[in-house]
Design a protein around this ligand. Structure first.
Ligand SMILES: [Zn+2]
Length: 715
């Protein structure tokens, strides 16, 4: 003993792609690439072969991080299976890889007790504390030399997955959140969307792992840093509040009521406990992890077993160094006594086990001074303030810039230019200012200044607006250079002006050659202009010009949608076109008039008014009108039976889909809202109506049936 099994992570190696433990799984059907040569005898056999193949590739991609085929090839297999299942619905199985995202949104979660308590661990913060712990457990174990299993402390959410016997072997039956450790919430449908969680474990894998269902796998759901950053960027663009860290984001994603949303968050799952009848199923923790891996579960490869404290401590240090190179967040190292037989003997203190401890890394934060605050304009026109910092060394990197998100955040922090601040960073998440420090040597200087958002766009001088109730400020000029590329791509896209051929490649060339400075310039492009560009011949130039010409005939609602007015989507543009019947009337509409339009509330009305108030935008409209785009349409008269009423639909209606019912209500002049409030006129409830019905009852909102709605529509 003494030599660790596995080896230490090193900063030189990409730890996530570097596997200490190679899974020993070998399928009897290994040559998957030959599988396509087997001619299936029946659709049923074909579907089964495809499912097995897809499961194999899901395992390679999501569990082993070692794909054998390209994404496109994977999609092709998936589409093939979907097609068979569509044609032969009787062949569909609940555990088919096509069924990861299924089921209807739920109205709430059910509480479920855990088989045995999900434990929390005691923490150690220094080498001394960790050493004391090893001494203590050695003593309690009767002085024998102990082996320790060390693994990353993943910064996610603990989950319990229950697998039950099934025809094919074992089936994922239930997933439960940690909750208070004794009782959690069942979130099975959401966990099914996580591709590294096997929906089934086949007989062969069970045999190789020496595992018999039922069994329970505990582990950590986490959001990879990359998904987290992408999600926050999108939320920021949509003006939604940001998640503070990947763990909060993962928690939100696991607890949303709609599995579809969980699926979009791209979560991952790492296993670290294997239980049978609520007890550890193997003699050592190390063996349990190996078996989990053999059974097809994702197990973090960065782990060691050692009896030497020196090696244990080296692992801790190497892990802390490697922390920044990992694709997910960790906040320490978990050390467990390897022998699970000893776990019983060592027992618990309060609610934490004596046989394990979490060594926590120090927070990665530092104090520095804000030298300035500058503002950048994003591709949607959003203004983002950022702090220019006096460079400071934090967690292995020099940080000289931190995001401040928006004006509200600066006010929340009470930040002035010149202040000393606490800056935190994690993974490759952009560093952020977490608080103003104003004490000791870090006192606020006398010349500290209050920051103000600029009144005009730093890129184009256009007006900056910040709608009421919103945190973000935007440049309203459609032709602002910071957002022109996006504006053009949106304008030309298929469901807007449908100018085929006007994709990123062409738009980028038009911009870099200075041929287009705003949307209207598209309509004065000539063949000669286009022929200057790369990869454009006479024929394709003609095609593009024809497409541009044809777009002039598209109806008014497309033009309105194409302007990219904030919060005016496809549907709202349709309502506006129908209601006003001309661009001129829309431009002149007062707030009251705008509020009469279906789905237009005070925020959208304000956004429309701000848009048309910008002189640069009015100039653009004049040019588009001169170019001959459609500026008039037919004002459609909607029914008035339901005018002024707001409806909320819940549950399954007996005959109409929610979408159809919504359309009927809107055609009759009513509005449909997603949530019940005092302003709701009626809640239309169908089968299995849940919390919305309760809310209606508690607010005293009248609840009606589909039949009653139809009677109202009939007049
Ligand atoms: Zn601008």
């Amino acid at each position: 003993m003494g030599q660790p099994r596995g080896s230490l992570p090193s900063g030189l190696l990409l730890t996530h792609s570097f596997e200490l433990v190679r899974p020993r799984y070998t399928s009897a059907l290994v040559p998957y690439n030959l599988r396509c040569m087997v001619k299936p005898h029946s659709p049923a056999q074909h579907a089964e072969l495809l499912r097995e193949e897809i499961r194999h590739h899901e395992h390679c991609y999501f569990v082993l991080d070692a794909p054998e085929i390209t994404d496109a090839e994977f999609d092709r297999l998936m589409n093939e299976l979907k097609a068979i299942e569509r044609e032969h619905p009787e062949l569909m199985t609940p555990d088919s890889p096509t069924q990861r995202v299924g089921g209807k949104p739920r109205e709430g979660f059910v509480k479920v007790p855990h088989s045995t308590q999900m434990l929390s661990l005691d923490n150690a913060y220094s080498e001394g504390e960790l050493r004391d712990w090893t001494r203590r457990v050695t003593e309690l174990a009767g002085g024998q030399e102990l082996e320790y299993e060390c693994e990353y402390k993943l910064d996610g959410l603990s989950m319990a997955l229950h697998y039950e016997p099934a025809d094919e072997g074992a089936r994922f039956a239930r997933g439960i959140t940690r909750g208070d450790g004794l009782v959690g919430e069942e979130v099975t449908a959401n966990l099914r969307t996580i591709r590294s969680i096997p929906l089934t474990v086949g007989r062969q894998r069970l045999n190789e792992a020496g595992l018999e269902p039922p069994f329970e796998v505990r582990g950590e759901v986490l959001m990879p840093t990359k998904s987290f950053v992408a999600m926050n960027e999108q939320r920021e663009e949509e003006g939604l509040s940001l998640f503070a860290n990947p763990r909060n984001a993962a928690a939100g994603a696991v607890r949303v009521l709609e599995p579809k949303i969980t699926a979009k968050r791209k979560l991952d799952f790492y296993s670290y406990f294997l239980l049978q009848d609520g007890r550890m199923a193997r003699a050592t923790q190390w063996e349990a992890l190996e078996k989990l891996s053999v059974a097809g579960f994702k197990v973090n490869p960065n782990r060691i077993v050692t009896a030497s404290f020196e090696e244990l401590w080296n692992f801790v240090n190497a892990t802390e160094t490697a922390r920044d190179t990992l694709p997910y967040e960790i906040d320490g190292v978990v050390v467990k006594v390897n022998s699970t037989a000893l776990w019983q003997r060592l027992g618990f203190t309060g609610k934490a086990p004596r046989w394990a401890i979490a060594y926590k890394f120090a927070a990665r934060a530092g104090v520095t001074q804000v030298e300035n605050i500058f503002v950048s304009v994003g591709r949607t026109g959003k203004l983002t303030p950022a702090a220019a910092l006096r460079p400071v060394f934090i967690g292995g990197t020099t940080v000289s810039r931190a995001t401040l998100h928006n004006q509200d955040e600066i006010e929340r922090l009470g930040l002035r230019i010149g202040d000393w601040v606490m800056v935190e960073r994690g993974g490759d998440v952009i560093p952020k200012v977490t608080q103003v420090v104003n004490e000791g040597e870090h006192k606020r200087p006398s010349d500290a200044r209050v920051f103000e958002m600029p009144k005009t766009c730093p890129e184009c001088g256009g007006h900056i607006v910040r709608a009421e109730g919103e945190v973000n400020s935007f440049c309203v000029n459609v032709n602002c250079p910071a957002k022109l590329r996006e504006s053009l791509l949106h304008f030309a896209s298929r469901n807007v002006m449908n100018i085929e051929g006007m994709g990123e490649a062409l738009v980028d060339q038009l911009l870099s050659r200075g041929l287009v400075h705003n949307i209207a310039d598209l309509y004065s492009l000539t063949e000669k202009d286009l022929l200057q560009l790369e990869r454009i011949g006479k024929k394709s130039a003609q095609n593009v010009l024809t497409e541009i010409e044809t777009s002039k005939k598209l109806p008014l609602e497309r033009v309105i949608f194409g302007l990219g007015i904030r919060m005016v989507g496809e549907r709202t543009a349709e309502f506006l076109a129908e209601h006003f019947g001309s661009m001129q009337k829309l431009m002149e509409a007062s707030e009251e008039e705008l509020l009469e339009v279906n789905e237009v509330g005070p925020r959208i009305a304000a956004s429309i008014r701000e848009f048309f108030a910008e002189e640069k935008n009015r100039q653009l409209l004049r040019r588009l009108s001169d170019a001959g785009l459609t500026f008039t349409g037919e004002a459609k008269v909607r029914g008035t039976q339901l005018a002024g009423m707001t409806f909320v639909l819940t549950g399954t209606l007996p005959t109409y889909s929610r979408e159809d019912a919504k359309k009927m209500i809107e055609d009759a002049g009513g509005k449909v809202s997603g949530s019940v409030s005092k302003k709701t006129s009626y809640v239309v409830a169908g089968e299995d109506a849940g919390s919305k019905l309760d809310k209606a009852n508690s607010l005293g909102v009248k609840v009606i049936s589909e039949a009653e709605l139809l009677a109202m529509l009939a007049g």
